[in-house]
Write a protein that binds this ligand. Structure first.
Ligand SMILES: [Cu+2]
Length: 151
């Protein structure tokens, strides 16, 4: 009986949180010496109201910031934002060179096989827990520099 109760709780917490859900979650693999990484996923909003992602946290880092990229005179730069809107009956994508979560001040090594826990908090008070597998950023590995100006 206990098992069933737990399973129901798990399901409702992960995917059915009244209309908000995530997909395609992943965290960027970084060298053990790195103090930062980034998390990417899609947030879907099936509800009638738009909501904002207002906060995020993880057991892996001291701080999780919400970032976006803005075009500053032709150069794409990261910028911290206080919220990320998720439109009603729509979605927002967090992906490389776009919106993302920044894990700053890593407290432990992000292993290849890890699933990184991230708790998302929304303007309507809802929380979503994301378990994001670790993946290498595709391409030529030339993207790390654009995260280095921060701290
Ligand atoms: Cu960033």
């Amino acid at each position: 009986m206990k098992k069933i109760v737990f399973a129901l709780f798990f399901v409702s917490n992960m995917t059915l949180a009244s209309g908000l859900s995530t997909m395609a979650e992943w965290v960027k693999a970084v060298p053990a010496s790195s103090k930062m990484s980034a998390a990417y996923f899609h947030i879907h909003n099936e509800t009638d109201k738009s909501v904002d992602l207002v906060k995020a946290s993880s057991s892996y880092s001291k701080v999780v910031e919400i970032h976006t990229h803005v075009n500053d005179k032709g150069v794409m730069k990261m910028r911290k934002v206080s919220k990320l809107p998720v439109p009603s009956k729509g979605m927002v994508m967090l992906e490389p060179k776009g919106n993302h979560l920044m894990l700053i001040g890593l407290k432990k090594k992000i292993g290849k096989e890890d699933k990184v826990d991230i708790t998302l908090e929304f303007s309507n008070g809802e929380k979503l827990k994301v378990m994001a597998p670790v993946k290498k950023l595709g391409g030529h590995g030339s993207h790390d520099h654009d995260h280095s100006h921060h701290h």
